[in-house]
Design a protein around this ligand. Structure first.
Ligand SMILES: Cc1cc2nc3c(=O)[nH]c(=O)nc-3n(C[C@H](O)[C@H](O)[C@H](O)COP(=O)(O)OP(=O)(O)OC[C@H]3O[C@@H](n4cnc5c(N)ncnc54)[C@H](O)[C@@H]3O)c2cc1C
Length: 395
């Protein structure tokens, strides 16, 4: 059995952030995962992201792992209506709604101030406590985005722009999205956003022998230690454990009750000729009535087409197309409901991930928070017995 002080399960943004922090602090750890990157699914050959697509300017932690690439020009986007009408980001249509946009901008500035403090707090205290410190954020966590829109009389701005941007990012309507997730995503309407690349070989080298490619099938405790049984049959024992697995998997491993509902997204990478209505725009964003969610032009002239149904007809947006690659995300993001996932279960088991807060940056922060707890707990535990001493003691 492989023994370690701390075991991180899952090498997505949360797990990698956690592992790097443990490494910095000199904690003896392993990170075990069946995929590397998780919902960061960058193809170095095609230079496209099949999972998370962009990082925002305020992603200070996620960009320690991801590298910013092409700027996504908001003025090259086109917002399409149910009735076939369409308008670019800045148009007569936008200007007519100037007052409401100014109000939305002011509300976003207020949100970003609260959210900045909230994120900083989340590095050192549980999200639950950070929300208790800021009832404004706690309320957004529980409130459906559609209700927030009505409360602020932003229906016209929401119908034309906000709902399409949040739909493009999540594949769900404002009714299914919480206000916290919607506003988190909408920061991308105000802040610079960039596509990114993920250098998997470089990260593999950084994690070195700590990284184990395997899948944890089950967990048990033996004499107060956590023992993970992997798909390969290997067993890993640790004093402290961080489950940086997607919440559906954390729920399975810990037999937890309700978690938030997920959305589905399907990503198609195509060489295509878009229909004339869409061809002039680097990004086309659609209303919820459309199963196609988004088209996004890539640097080499190919497109990513996102849909919310696996068999959506790409003929809706493409005149002709050739499929280069695709990816199905049945549990893409946790966006519906307000079930909260604790970040600690018992004195030595922690969770991390994007369950209570959507996106790469909240996931990274949750991983750093878990690592900080592990570092503190490791300091309180008796020093591990060196293998040689232990063998002699048993002799
Ligand atoms: C299509 C799509 C587009 C998105 N776009 C954006 C975007 O533009 N910007 C943004 O900020 N966010 C975006 N997101 C959300 C973002 O990707 C996630 O919030 C974030 O990546 C979650 O990271 P995580 O570490 O919590 O989980 P994950 O990335 O899912 O990582 C979990 C890890 O655990 C591993 N694992 C699971 N089960 C086990 C097991 N039993 N044993 C061992 N390992 C296991 C997995 O293989 C994976 O490596 C997008 C998501 C999707 C799907």
């Amino acid at each position: 059995m492989d023994e370690t002080r701390a075991l991180v399960v899952g090498a997505g943004m949360a797990g990698m952030s956690c592992a790097l922090r443990l490494q910095e602090a000199g904690v003896d750890y392993r990170i075990v995962s069946d995929t590397f990157g998780g919902r960061v699914d960058y193809s170095p050959d095609e230079k496209v992201n099949f999972g998370a697509y962009f990082v925002m300017a305020n992603y200070a932690n996620a960009t320690k792992i991801l590298r910013r690439e092409t700027w996504i020009n908001p003025f090259a986007c086109c917002f399409h209506q149910d009735d076939g009408a369409a308008y670019p980001t800045i148009s007569g249509h936008t200007l007519k709604r100037g007052g409401r946009f100014a109000q939305f901008g002011a509300l976003m500035v207020r949100f970003m101030r609260h959210n900045g403090n909230y994120k900083r707090n989340c590095e050192r205290i549980p999200q639950r406590e950070a929300m208790a410190l800021d009832p404004y954020i706690a309320r957004l966590f529980r409130q459906p985005a559609s209700e927030w829109v009505r409360e602020h009389r932003l229906d016209s701005v929401a119908a034309d722009y906000v709902s399409k941007f949040t739909y493009a990012c999540t594949g769900v309507s404002l009714e299914r999205l919480t206000a916290l997730d919607a506003l988190t995503v909408c920061q991308g309407l105000l802040l610079p956003i960039h596509r990114f690349s993920f250098d998997e070989p470089a990260m593999t080298r950084r994690l070195g022998p700590h990284l184990i490619r395997d899948r944890v099938d089950s967990l048990r405790t033996v004499d107060g230690r956590h023992v993970a049984t992997c798909a390969s049959g290997a067993e890993l024992a640790a004093d402290l454990i961080v489950l940086a697995t997607p919440a559906v998997e954390t729920q399975r491993l810990l037999e937890l009750p309700a978690i938030r509902d997920t959305c589905e997204l399907y990503v198609f990478h195509v060489k295509a000729t878009l229909k004339p209505a869409f061809a002039a725009h680097a990004m086309n964003l659609f209303p919820f009535a459309s199963p196609v969610v988004l088209t996004a032009l890539q640097d080499d002239g190919s497109f990513l087409v996102y849909t919310r149904e696996p068999d959506a007809d790409l003929g809706q947006v493409c005149e002709s197309w050739e499929l280069i690659g695709s990816k199905a995300w049945r549990n893409a993001m946790y966006v519906t409901g307000s079930a909260y996932l604790e970040q600690q279960y018992g004195p030595t088991l922690y969770t991390a991930g994007d369950h209570n807060g959507l996106g790469l940056e909240p996931a990274a922060i949750s991983g750093i928070y878990a690592a900080n707890q592990v570092i503190r707990a490791a300091g309180r535990l008796p020093s591990p017995v060196a293998p040689r001493e232990r063998d002699l003691a048993h002799a």
